[in-house]
Ligand binder design. Structure first.
Ligand code: GRG
Length: 326
C-alpha cells in the first residue's frame, strides 16, 4: 500500500486507510525537516530551533498542505505539462515553512510574557530548556527561515509568480492581519467578564490566531500548483471551516482533556479567563457548533468534488481536527 502512495500520489485507487496515510505523509515531512535542521551556525540557536520544530506535534497544517496538493494536482498545469514533478515534492518546502511558523508561534506563546507554559508536546517548553532570550531568538530565527527556505527550496518548475503570491500570503496570514493580530485581540480580551465579549469577538480572535494559518495551509498549495481560482477559493473556505472547528475543539479539550494525552497544561483558559467558545456558548453550545461546522465542511468538499471518491483525505482531516483527544 505504501508503495502505491509512492508511485501514485494523486490517483489513489487503492483501499484508503487514514492512519496509514497520515503516518506515511508525516514520515516524509519529518525526513525533510530533519534534513533542513541537520546543521547550522550558531549551533545553540539551531539546536533550540530544532528542539521545537522537530518535536512532533500532530502536523495537521502540513497534512492539510499535502491533502490540498493531492486534491488539485491532477488538473493543474504542472501535471498537464508532464513536468515529472511529484505533487508532494512540489509542496514540501511550503509544508515545512508552515510547520516552522507554527512552531515559532508555540515557542513565543509559551513565553512567560504571554501564556507562561512549562509543557508543550509532552516536553518542557523551549524557554524552560534554553532560557527566555534564546527561545525568543529561536522563534525569530524560525520565522525568517520559513520564508527563506520556502523561496530557496521550492522546485524551479513551480511558477515564480505563484511562489511570490504564496510568499506574500504567508506573511499576511502570519502578521498583523492574521496570527499576530489574533494574538493581540486574545490578550486584549483575556480576563474580560463573559458579558464583555460575544461570539463575534471569539470568532474574530480565532480567525486570526489559529484560522489564518490553517486557511493558508489549504489555499497555498492550490495556488502554488496553478489550480483554478474556484478551486483555490473553495479550499480557502474549507480552511476557514477547519480552522474554526479546530479551535472550538481546542477550547473543549482545555476543559475535558488531560495533561498526559494533550502534552500541554489543560484548564489554562478558565484559569486565565480567556475569551473561548466554551465561555461564550458553553460546552453543549460548542459541541453543537462543531456538528454544524462538520456538516458544512463535508458539504463543501462534496459540492466542489475536492476529494477523490476512493480516498476521502480532506473529509478525514476535517473529522480528525474535530474528533481528536489531543
Ligand atoms: C507570528 C511573529 C509571530 C508571533 C506569534 C504568540 C503568537 C504570535 C501567536 C500565538 C498563536 C498560537 C499559539 C495559536 C494557538 C494555535 C493552537 C491551537 C495551537 C496548537 O496547535 P496544535 O494542536 O499543536 O496543532 P501541535 O503541537 O499538535 O502542532
Amino acid at each position: 500500500m505504501l508503495e502505491a502512495f509512492v508511485s501514485q500520489h494523486t490517483d489513489l485507487d487503492i483501499d484508503f486507510d487514514f492512519d496509514t496515510y497520515l503516518s506515511y505523509r508525516r514520515g516524509r515531512l519529518e525526513e525533510s525537516l530533519t534534513r533542513y535542521f541537520s546543521q547550522g551556525e550558531p549551533a545553540l540557536l539551531w539546536e533550540a530551533m530544532a528542539y521545537s520544530v522537530l518535536s512532533a506535534g500532530k502536523r495537521l497544517r502540513a497534512m492539510l498542505v499535502f491533502a490540498a496538493a493531492e486534491a488539485v494536482y491532477k488538473d493543474c498545469p504542472l501535471k498537464a505539462s508532464a513536468s515529472g514533478l511529484d505533487a508532494i515534492d512540489a509542496v514540501m518546502p511550503l509544508a515545512a515553512a508552515i510547520e516552522m511558523i507554527h512552531a515559532m508561534s508555540l515557542i513565543h506563546d509559551d513565553l512567560p510574557c504571554l501564556d507562561n507554559d512549562d509543557l508543550r508536546r509532552g516536553k518542557p517548553t523551549n524557554h524552560k530548556v534554553y532560557g527566555e532570550a534564546m527561545a525568543l531568538l529561536a522563534g525569530d530565527g524560525l520565522l525568517m527561515l520559513a520564508t527563506e527556505s520556502l523561496i530557496e527550496r521550492t522546485d524551479r518548475r513551480v511558477d515564480r509568480q505563484n511562489l511570490l503570491d504564496v510568499t506574500r500570503a504567508m506573511a499576511h496570514a502570519t502578521g498583523p492581519s492574521g496570527m499576530v493580530g489574533g494574538q493581540v485581540k486574545d490578550m486584549q480580551f483575556t480576563g474580560a467578564e463573559d458579558s464583555k465579549f460575544d461570539i463575534a469577538t471569539v470568532e474574530s480572535i480565532h480567525a486570526g490566531k489559529t484560522g489564518a494559518l490553517i486557511r493558508f495551509a489549504l489555499w497555498a498549495p492550490a495556488k502554488l500548483l496553478g489550480a483554478s481560482a474556484e478551486k483555490c477559493e473553495s479550499l480557502a473556505r474549507l480552511g476557514e471551516i477547519i480552522g474554526l472547528a479546530f479551535q472550538i475543539t481546542d477550547d473543549l479539550l482545555d476543559v475535558t482533556g488531560d495533561a498526559t494525552t494533550l502534552g500541554k497544561t489543560p484548564g489554562k483558559d478558565e484559569a486565565t479567563q480567556k475569551a473561548t467558545w466554551v465561555r461564550a456558548i458553553g460546552v453543549d453550545g460548542a459541541r453543537a457548533k462543531l456538528k454544524e461546522m462538520e456538516a458544512e465542511g463535508q458539504n463543501l468538499i462534496e459540492q466542489n468534488s475536492l476529494d477523490n471518491a476512493t480516498a476521502p483525505i480532506l473529509r478525514s482531516l476535517l473529522s480528525y481536527s474535530i474528533h481528536r483527544d489531543k
